[in-house]
Every structure is written in C-alpha cells, then in structure tokens.
Design a protein around this ligand. Structure first.
Ligand SMILES: CC(C)(COP(=O)(O)OP(=O)(O)OC[C@H]1O[C@@H](n2cnc3c(N)ncnc32)[C@H](O)[C@@H]1OP(=O)(O)O)[C@@H](O)C(=O)NCCC(=O)NCCS
Length: 171
C-alpha cells in the first residue's frame, strides 16, 4: 500500500532498499539515536515480516530518504499504535518527518480505528520532540533508563502520545 503526503510517499520496502537504509543509519546524525545498525541488522529487523509491525520506506522527490515503522498493540482494551522513524540528514529540518507522521497517523486513526498513537524520542532529542509536537503529540512523561547507548549507559526517553482528535494537519 502507498500513501501520499504533501512532500513524501510512504511505500512498502523493496529488498534493494537495504543498502541505502544502512547508509542512512550510518550517518552521524541518525546513528546518534538509532545506534548499532549495519546492513545485516537492517535486513533482519525491517525486511522480515513480524506480526503487528508494518514498515514503510519514505520517499521524497523519487528517492528513498528514510523509514517509518508502526507497531500495533492488538489487545482490544489497550489498542494503540507506536511510530518510529528516521530520515537522511540531507532532508532534515524541512518538515518531511511531520509530513510522514501525519500521513500514517491519519491512516491509523481513520482506517485502522486507533484512538491513541505514541512516539518515544530520547529525552535530549530536541529535533525529534519539536517535530512530533508539530503533529500534535503531547509529552506524557519521562521513561527512565529506556534505551542503552553504545557507551553502555541507559538513557531516559520522553513518552509522547496523541489522541485521535489532536492530530494537526500542518495548516
Ligand atoms: C527526528 C526527525 C524524524 C524529524 O524530522 P524532520 O523532518 O527533520 O523534522 P522538522 O523538519 O519538523 O524539524 C524539526 C526541528 O529540527 C530542527 N532543525 C531544523 N533544521 C535542522 C537541521 N538542518 N539540522 C538539525 N536540526 C534541524 C528545528 O528545530 C526543527 O524545528 P522547527 O521547525 O520548529 O524549528 C528527523 O530529523 C530525523 O530522522 N532525525 C534523526 C533520527 C532521529 O532522531 N529519529 C527519531 C528518533 S525518535
């Protein structure tokens, strides 16, 4: 399935995308937050189907510039979807991240019946927190020692969530 935003298209991955995604994940700006990815891990994590997980390639101007992953909680009483993404540093700061999140958020709310979405940037990932706030995500709380970094330290993350009627369309 393909979905179109103002600046991006979300589409299924093709096996030929693995090398490009590994290249993006190796950049300093992305590897700082998405740590420890080589091509073998990219193939194992994003190209092997997993229940309740959907992975999209993010395209801009005809080129693959990133990845967005949705993980859905299937238990009816706790139904929600979590979003993760990264973009090539060459396109950061141009609103592509918010555009990609809006497209998938609209789909999850309108087609998949979700009322609540979550996203969980590192507590000091200001670029990501600003991007997610623009879409309508609200800070909920600090998740302590949430992610382990290559230096061995566990660092905190910010849980943000968005309820269906809070989605901002970006004007
Ligand atoms: C986080 C990310 C998805 C946000 O997407 P984006 O398209 O860059 O988001 P935006 O264009 O809305 O920019 C967000 C903020 O980044 C900052 N920014 C703008 N240009 C920038 C640049 N060239 N470099 C660094 N930061 C920049 C600005 O503060 C901007 O907020 P503002 O528009 O209110 O001033 C993307 O930057 C990214 O992939 N980063 C690296 C990986 C990562 O952090 N993933 C998220 C893990 S939770």
């Amino acid at each position: 399935m393909e979905m179109h935003g103002r600046q991006v298209t979300l589409r299924p991955l093709d096996p030929a995308d693995a090398a490009r995604l590994a290249e993006i994940l190796a950049t300093r700006e992305v590897a700082r937050w998405w740590t420890g990815y080589d091509q073998a891990r990219v193939e194992a994590e994003f190209f092997v189907a997993e229940p309740n997980v959907t992975v999209f390639g993010i395209e801009h101007a005809g080129a693959l510039v990133g990845l967005l992953q949705v993980t859905e909680e299937p238990t009816p009483e706790f139904h929600f979807a979590a979003i993760d993404l990264f973009l090539d540093p060459g396109v950061h700061g141009r609103g592509l991240g918010p555009d990609a999140i809006r497209v998938v958020a609209r789909h999850l709310i309108q087609q998949e019946g979700h009322h609540r979405l979550t996203i969980d940037p590192a507590i000091d990932n200001e670029q990501a927190i600003r991007a997610y706030a623009k879409v309508g995500f609200k800070p909920v709380g600090r998740m302590r020692e949430y992610q382990r970094f290559p230096d061995g330290t566990w660092r905190d993350a910010l849980l943000m969530d968005l309820l269906a009627d809070e989605l901002e369309d970006g004007g």
